[in-house]
Design a protein around this ligand. Structure first.
Ligand code: NZQ
Ligand code: MN
Length: 398
């Protein structure tokens, strides 16, 4: 066995139904004035925004609401939120929503926490082209209340942000942005419409599959990747068909936590490296949808060139998806692609980049963007890749 290092950030995780109530007593231990970060509509419409504000105010906390987050949040959205946190002297940032709201809360916590009289941009901490500004203990504490089961952002040390000008989407990474408190409330997750359930659920599956085959994987992560992949193959179609199926929602929420921890302890590979540029060039394409269009072809590519260990990993994925594997050979490993495609059909997400109106003339720019922002995942792929390979994979996914 190869030697490895295993790191999981310390955090308090509360899981169950009706957990929004826990916010008040727990958050009071962390801060006095909260910036509550949400998207523009869903949490307000479903009543969870009011519930959260009431709950926090009841305990004497001051709450300032910042409800401007959009899917694939931009540098500008983060910087404006940070200004609000600084101007209102907030000492804690609460993210209520999907990955976009929680990532924005984390990024706001970085910018506001490091404010020393001069306004900074989150992009200075991303360090895509210049040396990044350091993220330190000064980062404000973050509380995450997740409303989707996909990104694992509520349990991870990553926060994604898109620079619209340079068309680059990057995951900022630091142990200091990991939420101090994370709340998983099945009642909120049960409100997801079916299309959101499918794309976020598939995102979680890719985290698990990618971290499982990754060069940066380790035997501890492998254990819960296998268990959580099984949960997703079994329960994602159920959650998709019946949003009120509590057992399925619980299973997906659990799989999302394991997938978030997999991202922390291993590293994603090519599907994530290639999907970020897709959303950076086409912001209307959601993360999980881009992954659905790219993943099958990348799996085929990795299996075509994979060594014995990689083939064995893909055979195990096929087995988890309930394909019968006689002996672990390359041809058998392709059954893993079949199980993923079957799942995508069940959740109505079997589509190509062409279906998403991606144009071939963006490919060169997307390859550049991938190498500028996703070098880690590219290098963690079990098969080494060149620029030409990535161009070819975009073409194959059309
Ligand atoms: O914006 P509002 O009005 O709140 O509506 C949202 C949004 O339109 C809505 N929504 C969220 N929860 C809902 C709901 N509607 C009804 N009921 C609910 N319970 O759904 C839409 C999508 O929300 P969003 O937060 O964008 O979705 P998701 O959770 O998939 O997050 C995607 C973002 O996370 C990043 C992605 O790149 C993308 O920017 N990721 C973050 C990661 C991390 N921090 O580790 C890892 C991932 O790989 C991913 O890159
Ligand atoms: Mn993802």
């Amino acid at each position: 066995m190869e030697s490895f290092r295993y790191f999981l950030p310390a955090m308090d995780l509360i899981f169950g139904r009706g957990n929004l109530e826990c916010v008040r007593s727990e958050v009071k231990k962390i801060g006095k004035k909260a910036l509550l970060v949400t998207g523009k509509k869903s949490m307000e419409k479903l009543g969870f925004l009011k519930k959260s504000i009431d709950s926090l105010e009841k305990e004497g906390l001051d709450v300032v609401h910042y409800g401007e987050v959009e899917p694939n949040p931009t540098v500008d959205i983060v910087n404006k939120g940070a200004e609000k946190a600084i101007d209102s002297c907030c000492d804690i940032i609460v993210g209520l929503g999907g990955g976009s709201a929680i990532d924005t809360a984390k990024n706001i916590a970085v910018v506001a926490g490091h404010y020393e009289g001069e306004r900074r941009s989150i992009w200075e901490f991303a360090g895509v082209h210049d040396k990044p500004r350091q993220i330190t203990l000064k980062t404000l504490p973050v509380v995450a209340i997740t409303s989707t089961s996909g990104t694992g952002s509520h349990v991870s040390r990553f926060a994604v942000v898109t620079n619209e000008e340079t068309r680059e989407k990057i995951g900022i990474m630091s142990p200091f942005i990991c939420p101090k408190l994370s709340i998983v409330d099945i009642d909120i997750l049960s409100c997801m419409p079916s299309s959101l359930t499918s794309k976020t659920g598939f995102d979680a599956l890719t985290h698990l599959m990618e971290c499982f085959v990754s060069k940066r994987g380790n035997p501890i992560t492998d254990l819960y990747c296998l268990k959580a992949m099984e949960l997703i193959f079994d329960y994602l179609p159920r959650a998709y068909n019946d949003g009120g199926d509590v057992e399925a929602r619980e299973a997906m929420a659990l799989a999302d936590i394991f997938a978030g921890w997999a991202l922390v302890t291993s590293r994603p590979v090519l599907p994530h490296a290639l999907s970020h540029p897709v959303s950076a060039f086409y912001p209307e394409i959601d993360h999980g949808v881009a992954l659905a269009a790219l993943t099958p072809e990348i799996m085929r590519f990795n299996i075509e060139r994979g060594n014995e260990q990689t083939i064995s990993k893909y055979c195990q994925i096929a087995k988890v998806g309930e394909e019968k594997i006689d002996s672990c050979k390359r041809e058998e490993a392709f059954k893993s692609v079949k199980v993923v495609q079957k799942l995508l059909e069940k959740i109505e997400l079997d589509l190509t980049l062409k279906d998403l109106s991606v144009e071939e003339n963006s490919f060169e720019g997307m390859v550049e963007s991938a190498f500028a922002t996703m070098k880690g995942p590219i290098e963690a792929n079990p098969i080494p890749v060149t620029r030409e390979d990535i161009l070819d994979l975009y073409s194959r996914s059309m």
